[in-house]
Design a protein around this ligand. Structure first.
Ligand code: ACO
Length: 426
């Protein structure tokens, strides 16, 4: 991988740093020996310039709005594939043939039954509990019931099992929690149903219109992986300590919850509702977003990596129009969102900072059309992201380069001082 090298001149010494090149031409300075050979560490707030690993799962080019899973463009996968097929692709590296897909579906079906104790746990949470907190807790609790998957040295077939189990169970947990929060009885998974169809059947008691299930498949495919984002890096970091997969995935759910990450889809709808309640004018909110003395941000706008457009947002916007037309829904929030987008994209503040709608800007409107309650939007994101987290966890465990994640710091506190007795303190 080494194409060239860079030189670092420091304190009279010259240090050679290899330059690595990825398969899509991305270049990186290899600083693995930096501290050992120069005594220096690097400081990189928010990891804006730091690659934490090598990975063969997802390629993302933020300047050109490119997203590919295992080499396949997201646009093609969203149009032609299903979520389960994409999950297989992410985890195992290739699109499944007929036999492999059958094998994967059977694996998922093997693990659809949820232990009564875990169902009871979900039913014991207050009805008002946020579904992300419930999901993270129940995932964590799985470690209590499946000790066979806690060993850091899982065999390949155990890895296959725990991946299928987690995908089957998170779907149940999300639907069960919704039913419990409504005071309704829980509906178990039905093996003969397609994954997204079954999820909606478990939520609402009957199979959805195939177009609705297709829309959900598209949404989950678009969310399925996004390389080393906040939640995925969390999964890898927790997993790097050899904590079990439930602990790692549960941590990913918690990281996703924040409004700067997956929680943005809930925040977008709440923002659009606020604009609607205020009379529907965008200008005031755009001014607020630009005001440095105001904490308000245009939710669903901006991205750490995409600086041109988010390809997922483009697909979602079209899917949003299609599903609302199909369901004959006229949602004024969609008009507000489109107007806000148009206004913001003309504004020099957003243009100069390259702030565009991200995946979360329109996804909430589709979830709303599918009757998914607002506080469950981020759970839908988690359901979609799950195969990505699992694929990244598996890749990390299989890589000989993996080490426990342990960043350095630049200490800025007091230098050494002596303990002061209470009566001498000011
Ligand atoms: N509204 C108004 N201003 C914004 C916004 C926004 N949504 N996003 C960024 N900016 C401004 C910042 O104030 C900053 O301005 P400055 O240079 O004058 O200080 C500049 O744009 C750069 O922003 P940063 O916060 O430094 O960019 P960063 O890469 O750290 O953050 C993030 C990216 C968190 C996504 C940010 O754009 C944001 O908060 N967006 C809104 C929340 C959101 O939609 N999150 C979902 C992201 S997609 C996902 O995780 C699935």
């Amino acid at each position: 991988m080494t194409k060239n090298k860079a030189e670092l001149h420091y304190d009279g010494k010259t240090l050679e740093l290899p330059v690595l090149e990825g398969t899509e031409g991305e270049l990186a300075l290899d600083i693995n020996k930096l501290r050992q050979e120069s005594g220096l560490v690097t400081l990189d707030h928010g990891f804006m310039n730091t690659a934490s690993c090598t990975s063969a799962i997802t390629f993302l080019d933020g300047e050109n709005g490119i997203l590919r899973y295992r080499g396949y463009p997201i646009e093609e996968l969203a149009e032609k594939s299903t979520f389960v097929e994409v999950a297989y692709l992410l985890v195992y590296g290739e699109l499944p043939n007929v036999e492999r897909l059958k094998w994967f579906k059977e694996k998922l079906n093997t693990f659809t039954a949820t232990k009564p104790e875990l169902k009871q746990l979900i039913q014991h949470f207050p009805k008002s509990a946020h579904p992300m907190g419930v999901l993270a807790s129940v995932l964590s609790a799985m470690s209590a019931y499946y000790p066979e998957y806690l060993d850091p040295e899982l065999k390949p077939d155990q890895v296959d099992n725990v991946i299928a189990q987690t995908m089957a169970q998170v779907k149940n947990f999300a639907a069960y929690n919704y039913r419990a929060s409504q005071g309704q009885s829980l509906i178990d998974a039905k093996a003969s149903n397609e994954y997204c169809t079954d999820f909606l059947a478990q939520m609402y008691g009957s199979n959805p219109d195939p177009e609705v299930a297709k829309a959900l498949n598209i949404l989950l495919i678009l969310h399925a992986d996004h390389e080393q984002n906040c939640s995925t890096s969390t999964v890898r970091l927790v997993g790097s300590s050899q904590a079990n997969v439930y602990a790692a995935i549960s941590s990913g759910v918690n990281a996703l919850w924040g409004p700067l990450h997956g929680g943005a889809n809930q925040a977008v709808i709440e923002m659009l509702q606020e604009i609607q309640a205020d009379g529907g004018g965008y200008k005031k909110f755009i001014l607020k977003a630009k005001d440095k003395n105001d904490n308000f941000r245009l939710m669903g706008f901006g991205h750490r990596v995409y600086k041109n457009f988010d390809p997922r947002a483009k697909i979602i916007k079209q899917a949003c129009d299609a599903i609302l037309t199909k369901l004959k829904i006229q949602d004024p929030l969609l008009d507000i969102a489109k107007g806000l987008e148009e206004e913001a994209l003309k504004d020099p503040y957003f243009v100069e900072r390259k702030l565009y709608p991200n995946v979360d800007f329109y996804s909430g409107i589709i979830y709303k059309a599918l009757n998914i309650p607002t506080n469950m939007f981020t759970v839908m994101f988690a359901l979609g992201r799950l195969p990505g987290w699992l694929a990244q966890w598996k890749e990390m465990n299989e890589s000989p380069a993996t080490k426990i994640g342990r960043p350095r710091q630049i200490y800025t506190g007091s230098t050494v001082r002596s303990y002061v007795p209470m009566d001498k303190r000011s």
